[in-house]
Write a protein that binds this ligand. Structure first.
Ligand SMILES: Cc1cc2nc3c(=O)[nH]c(=O)nc-3n(C[C@H](O)[C@H](O)[C@H](O)COP(=O)(O)OP(=O)(O)OC[C@H]3O[C@@H](n4cnc5c(N)ncnc54)[C@H](O)[C@@H]3O)c2cc1C
Length: 396
């Protein structure tokens, strides 16, 4: 066994010093808070008070090094933070970007960029909540993206569209991937994509138009149109043309953190299902006495435990300074499948009442399903495992 795995913490009840205060904070945002957001118009669904509380708590500067004003915690602890939030009625979709998007700056930005942005992100004063990668026409095929960045003197000029950009109207900074050159013959088709840091306070007034997508509450997604947006030379992150390499690294961290969110949702569903099963009396006894109720919960619980272990393994690899690669994809896939299974068991346990909004089961169930599609869809993750772990040909 490698040193990395020997050091892996496998106890699911560790880090209570993070879990306990977070649970107390989340208790201030009960189910009624989230249901009231769902009842609002699409442009009023952003959980602003919840996001403010989370940013002020300091937990979301977890991954930024102490030298740049952060806490410098391991990825495993960042995962614990998100798992805890999702084990309550809360959803971190409005704020999760603050935790992981800054890693692209920590890993690839210049010293000047790090000094300029990281301390304010760590303090929650500057919001870095959005990433504009997907486009309607190209979908999963990032190499086919149409948004371009062309040099004009020292500046870059951006034209094109992006879709499903979460939190675009609630962020100060946004990560943008745009094509700056064609990939060379025979090279990775994603070569030539460049990562930019966009100041949205400027861009939304001049060069970018946003339109809210009427979708589930916790996505707060926008379609964006870039019409000659001017970006300064120092908006480029790292090397021109290497943006997709950086994005792949970021996606591994993203997968591990979204796996943690899904595992937290699983905890929410199992707690809810067990409590309801013990309380609901039909045929003269609590339904928890019936194996038809117990076994689906037990089965899903086994899958959840397995998913948590692989998630911890992926985080341990990252925390040992290595790339988790396909292990991150496995962690996200397993956690999402396990959460879906536990959600289904919770549905069965609640009978018809699972559909009543006041029980909160159907709301969380929708949140869990989204994670099978975004940020990385299941098919993309399976392809990653087939190619990188199993040596099969590239299929996407
Ligand atoms: C709630 C939500 C939030 C999102 N947030 C963001 C965000 O913040 N920023 C951002 O940039 N994007 C975001 N997205 C976009 C998301 O990343 C895309 O939806 C995703 O990449 C898939 O693209 P698509 O929807 O165009 O599907 P398509 O590419 O049209 O694919 C449709 C289906 O076909 C499958 N498929 C396609 N090609 C293949 C193949 N070769 N083999 C097997 N299966 C294939 C896909 O896996 C998918 O299941 C978000 C999406 C949602 C729903």
């Amino acid at each position: 066994m490698t040193d990395t795995l020997l050091k892996m913490r496998i106890d699911d009840n560790d880090y209570d010093e993070f879990r306990d205060p977070l649970k107390a904070m989340c208790a201030d945002f009960p189910p009624a808070y989230w249901r009231q957001l769902e009842d609002s118009s699409p442009d009023q669904r952003y959980p602003a008070e919840f996001v403010d509380t989370m940013l002020k708590s300091g937990f979301f500067g977890a991954l930024i090094a102490e030298d740049f004003g952060g806490v410098g915690l391991p990825l495993r602890v960042a995962a614990v933070i998100l798992q805890t939030i999702h084990s309550t009625s809360c959803n971190a979709g409005g704020v999760v970007g603050q935790m992981y998007l800054s890693t692209i700056l920590s890993q690839h930005a210049s010293e000047a960029q790090k000094k300029k942005y990281l301390p304010a992100i760590a303090a929650g004063e500057t919001r870095f909540l959005a990433a504009a990668i997907s486009e309607e026409q190209s979908g999963s095929d990032l190499a086919a993206m149409q948004t371009t960045a062309k040099k004009d003197g020292d500046n870059w000029v951006i034209n094109g569209t992006k879709s499903w950009v979460n939190n675009a109207q609630h962020t100060d900074l946004m990560l943008l991937l745009a094509r700056t050159s064609d990939a060379a013959e025979g090279a990775d088709p994603c070569d030539g994509l460049t990562a930019f840091l966009v100041d949205m306070n400027v861009a939304l007034k001049n060069g970018v138009t946003a339109g809210v997508i009427d979708a589930v509450t916790n996505s707060n997604s926008d379609n964006l149109v870039f019409d000659g947006l001017q970006l300064p030379a120092d908006a480029v992150i790292g090397e021109v043309g290497k943006g997709h390499d950086y994005y792949r690294e970021l996606a591994e961290i993203e997968c591990i953190l979204y796996a943690a969110c899904a595992s937290g949702d699983s905890d929410f569903f199992s707690e809810k299902a067990i409590a309801y099963a013990n309380e609901r009396v039909v045929f003269g006894r609590p339904i928890s006495h019936n194996q038809g109720i117990q076994f689906p919960i037990s089965k899903a619980y086994i899958e959840v435990q397995g998913a948590k272990l692989i998630g911890n393994k992926a985080a341990a690899i990252f925390d040992a300074g290595k790339r988790p690669g396909a292990t991150a994809s496995m962690a996200k896939h397993m956690a999402c499948e396990a959460a879906w299974g536990m959600a289904d068991a919770c549905f069965t346990t609640h009978g018809g009442f699972a559909f009543a909004r006041e029980y909160d089961v159907e709301r969380k169930w929708r949140d869990v399903r989204i994670m099978q599609m975004a940020p990385q869809g299941t098919n993309l993750l399976l392809s990653d495992i087939a190619v990188n772990d199993l040596g099969m040909p590239y299929s996407f």
